[in-house]
Structures are given as C-alpha cells and as structure tokens.
Design a protein around this ligand. Structure first.
Ligand SMILES: Cc1cc2nc3c(=O)[nH]c(=O)nc-3n(C[C@H](O)[C@H](O)[C@H](O)COP(=O)(O)OP(=O)(O)OC[C@H]3O[C@@H](n4cnc5c(N)ncnc54)[C@H](O)[C@@H]3O)c2cc1C
Length: 211
C-alpha cells in the first residue's frame, strides 16, 4: 500500500462500482459506498480513467455488459469446513500435506498447527450464499472416514461463489473498447492462477495503454 501511494496510486475501498461507460478518452467509472452502508446514494462519485481491469468475481458479467462485452461468468457455489484441532491428539491426526480426493472432489489444506480445512461441492444456485447443512455434512463425513482421529464436533462451515466460465478458462486480456481489460472467471483455481494471470494482464495493459 505504501509503495502504491509513493507511485501516486489511490485505493478506494468499501465501495461498489455502479456504472461504467467507455468514452473517447478512456472509461468513466461511477461508484458509491458499498451496499452495507446506511445511505450509499449520498456518496456517488464518478471519474475518468485511462483504463480499467474488471476482476469482480461473479459480478464481472454485469460490469462487462455495461462496456459492451459478454463475459459469461456463472457462480458455482462451493463449501468448506474448517476443523479446529484443539489438542495434540487432533493435531497429530491431521495431515500436513494438501490432499485431493479426485473421486469425492474434495481438497484439503492444513492451515497451521490448529486448523484443517476441507473443501468441495459444486452447486448451481445463482448468487445464493446460504450455507446448507446437507452440503456441509458430506465434508464432515469424509473427514471422519479418512481421518478418524480428528474430532469433528466443532467445525466452521463456509460457502463461496466460484466465478466460473463455461470452458473453465479465465477471461484474461482486452475487451472490445480501448482501455478495457479483464482478469476474471478463474473458477475453482483463482488462488492458484492469480499471480500468473495478473502478470499476463499487466503486460497487456502496459502494451495496450502505450499503443
Ligand atoms: C469452497 C471453495 C474452495 C476453493 N478452493 C480453491 C483452491 O484450493 N485453490 C484455488 O486456486 N482456488 C480455490 N477456490 C476458488 C477461488 O476462491 C476463486 O477462484 C477466487 O476467489 C476468485 O477470485 P476473484 O478475485 O476473481 O473473485 P472474488 O473472490 O469473488 O472477488 C471479487 C471481488 O469483486 C468485488 N466486487 C464485485 N462487484 C463489485 C462492484 N460492483 N464494485 C466493486 N467491487 C465489486 C467483490 O466484493 C469481491 O471482493 C475455491 C473456491 C471455493 C468456493
């Protein structure tokens, strides 16, 4: 953050981009305080930018449409449980190496000494973020079966929406209008791919804005 400030960049957080319009000299962006704030309309602001990179998860589709692009991102809901490993017996029972059970479509990560995360599921349910017990239970059952030494009586369930493209490939690169770029639609591999696609899009932005 301090480096970006030295380079003249400004961060604006807790805001929703509400409008995007390509103009002759860039892109006009409108934003307001995020919808959680008491009166977002009071704080609507707009500014012109030389370029924008759309990386808004499942909302990328809506924002792309404002710029005349079709980005066919659809939410694919996944679930995880984080198992608290509260004593040494539990900590010994949990694996340190990350696992992928290809048949069950379940992955695991050890998050330090005290936590073990188990994730999976692909649910098509629009932008619904409800955490369904019948989706969480298979993750608990799998953990019990594979690691009977782990106490699963206390788990923290979570759900998230993967921004998925139909061909499972991210949309990375320029849009139709000058100054418009995309880095979105990474689906179930956003963390894995993010550094590489950020580099690719940064190179394209440098080239595109220099042209
Ligand atoms: C259960 C589960 C397990 C996963 N496991 C893995 C894994 O092991 N490895 C891996 O690589 N990936 C994994 N993923 C996938 C990964 O989490 C996603 O691919 C990644 O989070 C996508 O990042 P993103 O920044 O593109 O989108 P998001 O994380 O959805 O972020 C989009 C951001 O845009 C913001 N936004 C949206 N609309 C607006 C607007 N109008 N104005 C301003 N901001 C806006 C949102 O608030 C949000 O902050 C998993 C996903 C799930 C659900």
């Amino acid at each position: 953050m301090a480096y970006c400030q030295r380079m003249g960049a400004t961060f604006v957080s807790d805001t929703d981009v509400t409008s995007l319009a390509a103009t002759a000299d860039g892109v006009r962006v409108g934003w307001s305080l995020s919808s959680g704030s008491p009166d977002p309309d009071r704080h609507v602001e707009t500014a012109r930018f030389d370029g924008v990179v759309i990386c808004a998860g499942i909302a990328s589709r809506k924002l792309a449409a404002m710029l005349g692009d079709r980005v066919n991102v659809y939410p694919v809901k996944g679930y995880s449980i984080t198992v608290e490993l509260n004593d040494e017996a539990n900590q010994q029972a949990a694996p340190w190496v990350s696992l992928l059970d290809d048949k069950a479509k379940i992955v695991t990560s050890r998050l330090g000494v005290n936590r073990f995360r188990v994730a999976g599921t692909a649910e098509f349910n629009g932008a619904n973020r409800d955490i369904r017990a019948d989706r969480v239970q298979p993750l608990v059952d799998w953990t019990r079966k594979q690691f009977p030494g782990i106490d699963t009586s206390r788990v923290i369930p979570w759900s998230g929406l993967r921004p998925m493209m139909p061909d499972m490939m991210p949309r990375v690169g320029a849009g139709r209008k000058p100054g418009v770029f995309y880095n979105t639609g990474h689906g179930h591999l956003g963390w894995t791919l993010s550094a590489a696609t950020a580099q690719i899009v940064a190179d394209q932005v440098s080239l595109g804005m220099a042209a």
